[in-house]
Design a protein around this ligand. Structure first.
Ligand code: NAD
Length: 253
């Protein structure tokens, strides 16, 4: 059912939250747009400006790695300046109240952790762009280290230990999904009684399968997104309004 207007949507959502004992939020890029981080598919979003570099191209080509890091460094002022928005803060309030056992996110911006979630309770399906890892031995690197070596050596550096390429700790197109995160997201989706899909176009799979999975396992499904999604038909409530406006009333102390 699509909420008649923002006010009735917020009211119905409030009732569902009050009735639920285990709420699992599932977030996409839309929750972070009010924090200044553009989403993927909206006009002017990252997707429309830059062709994504698939994983096999990143591995095979120094040029692709250089380009990938140039893009990442160009985004650094945006990621570094971003602070949690009303959506992040509302979900963190529900988490502190003991209603949310964990959050599943497609986002790579670290804002759920900054808003107050324990890192272990943030299930990152597509990784995290605020640090880097060697794709061979998984050694962790700070972005400042990568930048320093990029500038000094004229290109994307390789791992100091094993010599394999270093990449932001994100999952690129064509790269295997993280098994642990997929397993934990599955458990959360299967055992909650309210699943909140927030700010996702629900077109990136397998991540987009979780709302349907939760619904099939008996949870109520709410979709909060300012444009229609393919899964609106199966949702118990669709709030087609701004996320900050919708979740702002749920920001607690
Ligand atoms: P998406 O860009 O495909 O979809 C975002 C959706 O949110 C769109 O339907 C858009 O209309 C909606 N939206 C944007 N701002 C909104 C607002 N203020 N209120 C209500 N709705 C709003 O994003 P996705 O489904 O998460 O898939 C994109 C992929 O890109 C993800 O896998 C993610 O890893 C990555 N990504 C992450 C970030 C981030 O970490 N912040 C940003 C861009 C892309």
């Amino acid at each position: 059912m699509i909420a008649r207007d923002l006010r009735s949507g917020v009211e119905q959502l409030g009732n569902m939250i009050a009735e639920a004992s285990s709420i699992v939020p599932f977030t996409g890029a839309g929750i972070s747009t009010e924090c200044g981080i553009p989403d993927f598919r909206s006009p002017g979003g990252i997707w429309t400006r830059n062709r994504p570099i698939p994983f096999d191209e990143f591995v095979a080509s120094q040029d692709a790695r250089d380009e990938s890091w140039r893009r990442r460094f160009a985004m650094e002022p945006t990621f570094a300046a971003a602070r949690p928005g009303r959506g992040h803060r509302a979900l963190a309030s529900l988490y502190r109240a003991g209603k949310v056992p964990g959050i599943v996110t497609q986002n790579i911006d670290n804002l759920h952790q900054i808003s107050g979630f324990e890192a272990d309770d943030v299930i990152e399906l597509h990784g995290n762009t605020t640090y880097a890892r060697c794709i061979g031995c998984a050694k962790r690197y700070d972005l400042s280290w990568v930048k320093q070596h990029f500038d000094a050596g004229g290109g994307a550096p390789d791992c100091a230990d094993c010599g394999d390429p270093i990449k932001t700790a994100t999952i690129s197109f064509g790269q295997a999904m993280p098994e642990d995160a997929m397993q934990r997201a599955t458990e959360l989706a299967q055992h909650c009684d309210l699943f909140l899909a927030i700010g996702s176009s629900l077109v990136v799979w397998p991540a987009a399968g979780f709302p349907m999975m939760a619904k099939n396992c008996g949870a109520r499904l709410v979709i909060i997104n300012n444009e229609p999604t393919d899964q609106d038909d199966i949702a118990d409530l669709v709030i087609r309004h701004d996320i900050g406006e919708t979740l702002g009333p749920f920001v607690g102390n």
